[in-house]
Structure formats: structure tokens, C-alpha cells
Design a protein around this ligand. Structure first.
Ligand SMILES: O=C(O)[C@H](O)[C@@H](O)[C@H](O)[C@H](O)COP(=O)(O)O
Length: 262
């Protein structure tokens, strides 16, 4: 069932597993459609339980190879700034769930630096480097000097207090209006140090999908649909240029305004 309003379209699924499986199917068909139209596609992955669960469903899907994995650019919306082999790494979890099982072009998988990588334990340097990667890919795509590619699908989870990517309420990242990628410190959600895309980068995406499940997220979802601002509720600031899609289970949709009830 689905409805639409300024905060975006809402699709509600019965439970977290159906949400992950249905979103996996949606991702496969969306990327295949984009590739049929443009010849290639780009996706921004998210960390978190729901974000990784949907990648596992993509891996298991019989329709998986409707996507030409060799013509897909893969990015992350945020990353935990820990050593590369730390199980907390979003890219490590995404590779185990999907990317190591499909023929992606390694040169088109753009992971954020780890804390034991080329920039050492300097998350600001890692953030600046990722901003350069985004600018290089964008320039190659559009030749317009854009700082960030127009991502085809950007997927995000959200926290119960309204964070998305690693943009937390009333944090410096929530106020960042210029840079595309920033270091984030003292995060309430461990690990404490991260690298994250900012609102200017998130809002370059054609489609933003906000994917979440569980009653713990219901209040944040409801606040986003009642006009909360992006500094107090960062997920409210994640909007696509052509579509913002909320993909929820019934529990996470419980506090939607009645006008949105589906
Ligand atoms: O690196 C991260 O932690 C994520 O990017 C973060 O934004 C996550 O998506 C939400 O916290 C939801 O996580 P859950 O789906 O596990 O609740």
C-alpha cells in the first residue's frame, strides 16, 4: 500500500523481512531500468541492519543478474572510521552480503577510507579524499564541474532520534552546507568516529529511499511527516531531486499522520 505527500511517497510492508525482500526487488528492477536507459547506473549503499539485510536478499534473488554489475558505480552514504577488517565496516558487511558475489568492476566500487588506510587515523583527510572521488566521478559523468554525481538511487537508514547516514541531530554535520563529505566524531551510535555524506551530497540523488523497520523508528518517521526540520531530525533533510521514497514496515509506519495511513 502507498500514499504520497511533501515528505515523499510511503510504501508500507507487513514486516522487516518483507520490507528487505521487496526493497531488494525494487533495487534490482530500478537499476536495470536505469541501465537500459543510460547504459550504466549508480547506487549509494547504507549501513545498518535493514540496509545490509536487503543486500543479502539481492544476493539470493533469482533476478539478481538483471543488473549488469560491471556497469554499476557503488558508493556509501557513510562509513565507520575503523580498520578495514573491522566487522563494523559498512563496506565489509556489504561485500560479504552482496558485492563479493557479483561481478562488480572494482574500479567502480568507491569505499571510504579505513582508519588503517592511506590516510591513517585522520577522518578529516579520509572525508576530503572521498569528496575528491565524488568530484572526479561527477566530472567524468557530466563534465560540469559538479562536486557530486547525480546518484540514481541513494539508500538510507535512520535512527530512532532521527539521524541518517552519520548526520546526527544538532551536530556539525547537520549544519554543513558547503562540503559534500565530512568527518563525524563522538557519534551517539557506536563506533564514535565516522565519515559521512552531507545534505548537499544526499540531495544530489535522483531518488532517495529511506528504509527502516521497527517501532523504535516510528516516532522519527512520524515527525518527518509532520514538518520537523533537518537539524533536529536529519532524516527530514534527505530528499531526492525526482523522488523521496519511504520504505517501511507496519511498525515503523505506526505514527504516520492519519492522512498518510495506508
Ligand atoms: O552506518 C550506520 O550506522 C548507518 O549508516 C546508519 O545511518 C544506519 O542506517 C541507521 O542507524 C539504521 O540502522 P539500523 O537499520 O541497524 O537500525
Amino acid at each position: 500500500m502507498s500514499t504520497s505527500d511533501p515528505a515523499g511517497d510511503v510504501v508500507v510492508h507487513p514486516d522487516a523481512d518483507v520490507l528487505a525482500a521487496a526493497t531488494a526487488a525494487r533495487l534490482i528492477t530500478t537499476l536495470a531500468d536505469v541501465q537500459a536507459r543510460k547504459g550504466s547506473a549508480s547506487v549509494v549503499l547504507t549501513g545498518g541492519g535493514t540496509g545490509i539485510a536487503l543486500l543479502e536478499h539481492v544476493r539470493r534473488s533469482p533476478a539478481r543478474d538483471a543488473v549488469d554489475w560491471s556497469r554499476l558505480d557503488v558508493f556509501w552514504g557513510d562509513e565507520r572510521f575503523v580498520p578495514a577488517d573491522d566487522p563494523e565496516r559498512n563496506d565489509k558487511q556489504a561485500r560479504e552480503a552482496l558485492l563479493d558475489h557479483v561481478p562488480v568492476d572494482p574500479a567502480r566500487v568507491h569505499a571510504m577510507a579505513a582508519s588503517d588506510g592511506e590516510f591513517g587515523d585522520d577522518p578529516d583527510a579520509a572525508a576530503e579524499a572521498y569528496a575528491r572521488v565524488l568530484a572526479d566521478v561527477a566530472d567524468g559523468e557530466h563534465g560540469t564541474g559538479a562536486a557530486v554525481p547525480a546518484f540514481d538511487v541513494l539508500m538510507l537508514g535512520l535512527g530512532g532520534e532521527g539521524h541518517t547516514a552519520s548526520i546526527f541531530p544538532d551536530s556539525p554535520a547537520a549544519h554543513e552546507a558547503r562540503r559534500s563529505v565530512v568527518a563525524v566524531r563522538n557519534c551517539p551510535k557506536p563506533p564514535p568516529t565516522r565519515v559521512s555524506l552531507t545534505f548537499p551530497a544526499l540531495r544530489r540523488a535522483d531518488q532517495v529511499w529511506l528504509i527502516t523497520a521497527g517501532e523504535a523508528k516510528a516516532e522519527a518517521v512520524g515527525r518527518a511527516h509532520r514538518g520537523a526540520g533537518e537539524v533536529e531530525l536529519p532524516v527530514a533533510g534527505a530528499r531526492g531531486t525526482s523522488r523521496t521514497l519511504w520504505l517501511l514496515d507496519t511498525a515503523a509506519a505506526a505514527d504516520l499522520p492519519w492522512s498518510r495511513h495506508v
